[in-house]
Design a protein around this ligand. Structure first.
Ligand code: NAI
Length: 309
């Protein structure tokens, strides 16, 4: 079986804990992946490297696919977000975040099955900021025709490829109201950068929280798969983080490898992992954020035990 070399960035905070759980599950499922581990974020800084080391960028450029844990951006020390930099430097212009209700995770809303497609390179994340006079800071919200058209075309192509039924481009305030009134009526949400960021967390809350929402950052020449959540410093080091969001991102990654490299084995492994975590949740195996009491490792073991033959 061919193996794919994929860059693995454990990241910071809960990042190393959830990536260890995910690589363990992937190995148990015989995913045809060879990890190439690289650092970014605080882990890189503490190892004497730049927050976003060139060797990490080079590895992603070379292997084209990465699975990434969340990275902490040091606040108030002049660092631009590592995550934003990565997306921009590699031109990963489309963020894709599927949000759906899961059996075994009861929430206020039912029937939610939507995908946030977020423009990932401009808006208020362009980093064009200045202090025009003492106490007055401005930040430019950039919208180029090129990037707007590119993300819109991408979203429609994605929707048709995946057999989705509708792409929504509503005014954001009305869109938010309708989302909380009836999220089940939405399918693909096409959003500019900041709105997409905010709305993905909002939608995560509708289905059980950040522990179960995966994501992908996709460009023409590469893709980075990562959970929507951050490094969760409040629970880091306790072994209680939910690895599911990163695991689901790993499943998206396997499907991406199947699509782009024609490797049917990746699709089969993705399907087996998905069945295993769906079974685990349906059996009540959950971490604390979902109302259960399992640790990261025990949940990972529960998934492994449910992998179909
Ligand atoms: P966060 O997503 O790390 O945490 C928000 C809340 O959700 C916390 O209460 C946390 O405990 C909980 N949570 C998040 N993931 C969880 C999981 N897997 N299992 C259980 N609970 C989970 O957001 P926050 O606190 O705003 O950011 C913390 C750091 O993460 C910051 O340095 C930020 O820059 C970074 N960050 C990195 C991202 C990335 O690498 N893509 C994305 C978002 C934030």
């Amino acid at each position: 079986m061919a193996t794919h070399r994929v860059v693995l960035i454990p990241g910071d905070g809960i990042g190393p804990e959830v990536t260890a759980a995910v690589t363990r599950i992937m190995e148990a499922a015989c995913a045809p992946i060879q990890w190439v581990e690289r650092r970014a974020g605080l882990a890189a800084l503490e190892g004497g490297q730049d927050v976003l080391p060139q060797e990490t960028l080079d590895a992603i450029t070379q292997h084209k696919v990465a699975l990434k844990g969340p990275c902490t951006t040091p606040v108030g020390k002049g660092f631009a977000s590592i995550n934003v930099q990565l997306r921009k430097r590699l031109n990963l212009y489309a963020a894709v975040r599927p949000v759906r209700n899961l059996a075994g995770v009861p929430t206020r809303f039912t029937g939610v099955d939507l995908v946030v497609v977020r423009e990932n390179t401009e808006g208020l994340y362009s980093g064009i900021e200045s202090e025009v006079t003492a106490g007055v800071v401005t930040s430019l919200k950039v919208a180029t025709k090129t990037a707007c058209e590119r993300i819109a075309r991408w979203a429609f192509a994605y929707a048709s490829r995946r057999g989705r039924r509708e792409v929504t481009e509503l005014i954001i305030d009305a869109g938010c109201m309708r989302l909380v009134q009836d999220p089940a009526r939405f399918d693909v949400l096409l959003m500019e950068n900041l709105y997409g960021d905010v709305v993905s967390d909002l939608c995560a809350g509708m289905v059980g929280g950040l522990g179960i929402v995966p994501g992908a950052n996709i460009g023409d020449d590469g893709a980075i798969f990562e959970a929507v959540h951050g490094s969760a410093p409040d629970i880091a080091g306790q072994g209680i983080a939910n690895p599911l969001a990163l695991l689901m991102s790993g499943v998206m990654m396997l499907n991406h490898l199947a699509d782009t490299r024609g490797d049917a084995a990746c699709r089969r492994v993705a399907q087996r992992i998905k069945e295993a975590y769906n079974r685990a949740l349906a059996d009540g195996k959950k971490t604390r954020d979902l109302g259960g009491d399992l640790s990261t490792d025990v949940f990972a073991q529960a998934v492994i035990e449910r992998l179909p033959a």
